[in-house]
Write a new protein. Structure first.
Length: 105
C-alpha cells in the first residue's frame, strides 16, 4: 500500500504504507487514509514528528560493514527513518508557511 501526502504548494510525497503509518502515529493522526491537517495542526504534527525522530537512536553500522568487507560484499546502506521523513517534513513546513491544508490518501 502507498500513502500520498499532498499540498498545493509542494510536490506530492509518496511513501510505502508501513513507513507512512509510523509517521502518522508519531504525529498523533489517524493511520487510515484519507486524512487532513489544517492551520496550526500542521505545526503541531511536524513538531511531534521531529520529537519522535530525535528519540530514535541511530544504529552503528560499522560492525556490519566490517563483516561485509571480510566476505567481499559491499557495505549495507540503510535508510534511517529521519532521512525518509525529510520530504514529509519539508511538505509540512511549506504547507504551514502558506497556511494551506495537507491531505493524505
Amino acid at each position: 500500500m502507498l500513502i500520498t501526502f499532498k499540498n498545493k504548494h509542494h510536490a506530492d510525497v509518496v511513501m510505502f504504507g508501513d513507513v507512512a503509518v509510523i509517521f502518522l502515529r508519531a504525529m498523533g493522526e489517524s493511520e487510515t487514509p484519507p486524512g487532513i491537517l489544517r492551520g496550526d495542526e500542521i505545526a503541531v504534527a511536524a513538531k511531534k514528528l521531529k520529537e519522535f525522530l530525535a528519540g530514535i537512536p541511530r544504529q552503528d553500522d560499522d560492525a556490519e560493514d566490517e563483516q561485509a568487507a571480510k566476505h567481499g560484499e559491499p557495505p549495507a546502506r540503510k535508510v534511517h527513518l529521519s532521512q525518509r521523513a525529510l520530504p514529509l517534513l519539508e511538505l509540512l513546513d511549506r504547507a504551514y508557511s502558506k497556511q494551506s491544508d495537507v491531505i493524505w490518501e
